[in-house]
Design a protein. Structure first.
Length: 141
């Protein structure tokens, strides 16, 4: 009887050792979520696939943004032109020109209207700080 108690204790210790913490976890790692708001925007203009739209002869710079796009995504404007940025999407978007003070949230179905002379002449990136795939280029004369 004593041998069977020792055998049972040995078996219990083996089971306990097998169930104990071996330094590893059986849980799958938590997936990382990529950041959509890069805290250090690029100073370089973004290359776009569509040709730049020249709006220098218009009274108003017009940009539409929606779910993950700017239209046009590349444009040429004059510094003195006022600007209209319309959010035709169903979620909040942002119109930002990194390296400048232009950083505007535009609610769904709303339009931001700004004065002219918003940036110095040059070539700039445009982006939505909430959606990293929303990129474009603006050339200011």
């Amino acid at each position: 009887m004593r041998k069977s108690i020792y055998a049972l204790l040995a078996l219990l210790m083996l089971v306990a050792a097998a169930c104990g913490d071996s330094g590893t976890t059986s849980q799958s790692p938590t997936p990382s979520i990529p950041a959509t708001d890069d805290p250090s925007p690029t100073e370089e203009p973004t290359e776009t696939e569509e040709p730049c739209v020249d709006q220098t002869d218009q009274d108003l710079i017009e940009i539409e943004m929606g779910e993950l796009f700017f239209d046009p995504e590349c444009l040429i404007v004059n510094a003195s032109q006022p600007i209209s940025v319309e959010n035709t999407g169903e979620i909040l978007h942002n119109f930002q020109i990194p390296g400048t003070q232009v950083d505007v949230d535009v609610e769904p179905g709303k339009t931001f209207n700004g004065e002219g002379n918003f940036v110095e002449p040059g070539e700039y990136s445009i982006r939505c700080k909430y959606h990293s795939s929303m990129l474009g280029t603006i050339t200011v004369n």
